[in-house]
Design a binder for this molecule. Sequence first.
Ligand code: FAD
Length: 410
Amino acid sequence: MTVTPEGTRRESRPVDFINASSLLSEEERAIRDAVREFVDREVIPVAADHWDRAAFPFDLLSGVGELGLMGGTFSEEYGCAGWNNVAYGLAIAELARGSGSLSTFLHVQSGLAMAAIHELGSEEQKLRWLPGMAKCEKIGCFGLTEPEAGSDPGSLTTTAAEKDGGYVLNGEKKWIGNASFSDVAVIWARTEDDKLTGFLVEGDNPGFHAEVLPRKASQRAAWQTHVRLEDCHVPEDARLPGARGLGSTLSVLTHSRYGVGWDGLGQAMDCYEVALAYAKEREQFGQPIASFQLVQQKLVEMVNEISLSQLLSIHVGRLKDAGELDPATVSMFKMNNVAKARRIAATARDVLGGNGILLDYRVMEHMADIEGVYTYEGTRDVNTLIVGQAITGHRAFSPRPPQRAEEKRE
Ligand SMILES: Cc1cc2nc3c(=O)[nH]c(=O)nc-3n(C[C@H](O)[C@H](O)[C@H](O)COP(=O)(O)OP(=O)(O)OC[C@H]3O[C@@H](n4cnc5c(N)ncnc54)[C@H](O)[C@@H]3O)c2cc1C
């Protein structure tokens, strides 16, 4: 029996084997369901086509902006929804369920650019940018990574020299999402006193150039770019006053990393939901493949891991709401949910057999998209090292060989 892509989507209820929804308030469930409804109606029908053509879904932006997701936890005085972190996370998971490209756009716009302005910006900067960004009328990006500075952003070499009462930025950034159509870029650069500092660079600045990275095999409908800053002049008030040193980038990354943890959960949920529906309908050897023990084992492993991730996600969100979430817990959260999602996507792909590699069934898209998520916001290795340091007290980021006795004497 042929199972069509539409056939895998007849039911649209979030997978919830252990009734994790019972831990949610009515408002949190309503926010989740509203995003789910939007994603089913607007995103899923067009996502595979956008992905295939590597076309950014500009048409969806106003609808996404209406949902309240962007800067969802920031207050209404900045035009944001003022949700709690659990509601924000549930909404991200639903968006990621529909498209890992669109959720990546969200992590850049909301998790990084808006969060940097909200946490580190002046009141004027917040009032100028956040309301438009919340509605996706203004687009932002976040330029930290460089061609030679990835996991180790402290080694970045972009410079900001003081000139004429402002700054001149020079350097290169790699992997910067949204930068080719951004109104504002948060750019991290080293000032003359060797401090990492954040600047707001407007997209039409003649010294700001962004080129989309071609031939990408993950998150094809989101655009990452190579940015060149060539004698890019910005005024003094373009500096984010709260951005001094690497620590200030890390506080923003912690917020974004939190959202990315929920992204892994959302993509895993979609893979499981599609695989379960497919297995119930697809018949081989005269019976639905869902009746075979080996297929059931795969489905059970998926739902088991998803259930644990759901509990962890809600707990981490509650900690964040209580102001008790530390960076190492966020690292463990991101690492867990995304690594599990990676396995779940591969298993779901297997359950769909040959159809699993057809884009219209969406599982292969998630499988490829999760590879990008696995790397950004700290690779699994980097997050492991953060957790390792938290539990042992030893920092193992750049192990040096033990000094030999004769070297010590010299
Ligand atoms: C899809 C996508 C979107 C992105 N969007 C943005 C964005 O909008 N803005 C932005 O600033 N950046 C962005 N990035 C960059 C991202 O943050 C970096 O790719 C990431 O930090 C890893 O850096 P790297 O790619 O240079 O890999 P590297 O740092 O070169 O790492 C290569 C490998 O070495 C391992 N490794 C590195 N250091 C250690 C260590 N000490 N111990 C053990 N293993 C180690 C890594 O885990 C990895 O497996 C994006 C990346 C991707 C893929």
